[in-house]
Structures are given as structure tokens and as C-alpha cells.
Design a protein around this ligand. Structure first.
Ligand SMILES: Nc1nc(=O)c2c([nH]1)NC[C@@H]1CN(c3ccc(C(=O)N[C@@H](CCC(=O)O)C(=O)O)cc3)C=[N+]21
Length: 284
């Protein structure tokens, strides 16, 4: 049996249509949602992603500004810019595209963004809010994965075992917290895990977020399991591929997300959702 696809483009279109409606209502009341995106340096992949984000904003009727700076921008200048955006009433969300040049401390930059405008959900206050179940912005990639699960009827994961592969601050750790909040029994595997397959074979839901091809192969998946692929890698032909051996795993899994067209578009969609929510909170 071949797995069913969870189509991130189709689900994104659905969610973005709702976002556009709510944005129009806010705009009519004089509170048009606004996102500021800051790009430092000339990483070509970042330039593409940032353009996609700005376009998604325009399509949803948001105000957006893209600020591009040369790679030699000083950390102090970047922090000063963030400080100004924190105070700008037309801006509800601030996204500083990562990675940043080496002379700039990511952590300092993220912590300078006002938690009220932290639509990436990377601030320690946002991470802490998620941890204790308080109101705060959820990191967009794991939030998008949760939306994908919800779209196939898995909003409540009571009785399910979810295995997360990867423990990054921006995906693996918040993913585990969100799954836990949805009542799953959660296992977090990582580079120090011995016999990864022994864990993943017991999973009803596997989320692969490592950043390496073929981390999950067909022999590691329980028949009928849901497989969410967060990876963004290039194969030998230079084509975009995830962390999952898609061709093999789709013959075993019940559901699987493709790359491209899976988690990637959902990440941008949840950025819009967070920005809309920031604007709604500011208008309330
Ligand atoms: N502050 C910050 N926030 C981020 O959210 C952030 C970041 N920095 N730095 C880089 C990563 C990467 N990221 C992606 C989002 C969407 C796609 C996406 O839409 N991908 C398409 C394909 C795009 C293509 O063809 O290259 C897809 O999967 O279908 C990819 C990657 C957000 N990131």
C-alpha cells in the first residue's frame, strides 16, 4: 500500500485564505498586519526564502518591508534597527533571517526582538511560554507540522507515540513540546541515540528534523505510520530533498509529507498566522 500525501501547498492555500480574510477585517478597522523581514549578507538560499515570505505577505494583504543589509553590518547597528522596529506601530512581526554573518550573535539578536513581535517564536520568552502552556508565539515549522497532523484528523494524539528525530531549538525541541501538549507520548532521538530504528519502528508519528538525507528509511517505519519530513537538503543531482527516503518510506507509511511541497510552505503559512495574531493582539 502506498502512503497518502499530506499536501503542504494545498493546506497552505486553505489556511492562507482564512488568514487573508481576517487580515482584511483588521485592515478595515485601520490595523493592517505588518511584517518586517531583515536579511543580512548575500546567502542565495536566504534571498529566495525571504522573497517567498514577502510575497506570501502581499498575497495575504499584509504590509511588509524587506530590509537588506551588507554582510559587514555591525551587530550594534542591527540591534538598533530591531529596537526601532519594536517601537514601530505599523510593524507587528519582526523576522531576522538566519543564518547571520559570524560576527553577529544570533542569540543577542533574537533576544532584542520584542516577544510581542517575535513571530518566529525563537525568543526565550516564546520558548518558555510554549514549555509552560502560556500564550506566546509558536515556532513556525513545528507549528506547521501540528497543522498538518490536524488536517488528517490527528489534533489529539492521546494514546499515540510520536518520535522526533532532532533536538534543535527551532524545530526538534519545540516540536516535542507541541506533540506533548497534544497528548502524545513523545520520544526525542538525536545524534547520540543508539539504534534509532528501534525507536522509530514503535512510532505512530515520526518527525524527521535532522538536516541529513535518508535519515529515515523504509525498514525503520511501522506500517501505517505518519511521517513528517522537515528536512531541506540537496541530492546528488542538486534537487531539493528531505531527511526521509521518500520513495522507500511511502510504500510503508500511512501518510507522508513530500519535499518540496510539504513542511516548507506550511512554515511560511504559520509565519502569516503568527503575524496576523500579533496584529490582532495589538488591535484588541
Ligand atoms: N528567522 C528565520 N526564520 C525562518 O523560518 C527561517 C530562517 N530564519 N532561515 C532559513 C529557514 C528555512 N526556511 C524555509 C521556509 C520555507 C521553505 C519552503 O517554502 N520551501 C519550499 C521549496 C522552496 C525551494 O524550492 O527552494 C518547499 O518545501 O516546498 C524553505 C525553507 C525558513 N527558515
Amino acid at each position: 500500500m502506498t502512503a497518502q500525501l499530506i499536501d503542504g501547498n494545498a493546506l497552505s492555500a486553505q489556511v492562507r485564505a482564512e488568514v487573508a480574510q481576517r487580515a482584511a477585517a483588521l485592515t478595515a478597522r485601520g490595523h493592517r498586519p505588518g511584517l518586517a523581514v531583515i536579511l543580512v549578507g548575500d546567502n542565495p538560499a536566504s534571498a529566495v526564502y525571504v522573497r517567498n515570505k514577502v510575497k506570501a505577505c502581499a498575497d495575504a494583504g499584509f504590509h511588509s518591508v524587506l530590509e537588506k543589509y551588507d554582510a559587514d553590518l555591525s551587530e550594534a547597528a542591527l540591534l538598533a534597527r530591531i529596537d526601532a522596529l519594536n517601537k514601530d506601530p505599523a510593524i507587528h512581526g519582526i523576522l531576522v533571517q538566519l543564518p547571520l554573518p559570524r560576527h553577529i550573535d544570533d542569540h543577542k539578536v533574537i533576544e532584542t526582538i520584542s516577544p510581542a513581535k517575535d513571530v518566529d517564536g525563537f525568543h526565550v520568552a516564546s520558548a518558555g511560554a510554549l514549555m509552560v502552556g502560556e500564550v506566546g508565539f509558536k515556532a513556525c515549522t513545528p507549528y506547521g507540522c501540528m497543522k498538518m497532523l490536524e488536517s488528517i484528523g490527528l489534533k489529539d494524539l492521546r494514546g499515540k507515540h510520536a518520535v522526533v528525530i532532532g533536538r534543535s531549538n527551532i524545530v526538534g525541541k519545540p516540536m516535542a513540546m507541541m506533540l506533548l501538549q497534544a497528548n502524545a507520548t513523545v520520544t526525542v532521538c538525536h545524534s547520540g541515540t543508539a539504534d534509532l530504528g528501534a525507536f522509530t519502528r514503535q512510532a505512530d508519528v515520526v518527525v524527521a528534523a535532522v538536516g541529513k538525507r535518508n535519515v529515515l528509511t523504509a525498514d525503520m517505519v511501522k506500517p501505517g505510520a505518519v511521517v513528517i519530513d522537515v528536512g531541506m537538503n540537496r541530492n546528488d543531482e542538486g534537487k531539493l530533498c528531505g531527511d526521509v527516503d521518500f520513495a522507500g518510506v511511502r510504500e510503508v507509511a500511512g501518510w507522508i509529507t513530500p519535499v518540496p511541497g510539504g513542511v516548507g510552505p506550511m512554515t511560511i503559512t504559520m509565519l502569516l498566522v503568527n503575524t496576523l495574531e500579533a496584529a490582532e493582539r495589538a488591535a484588541a
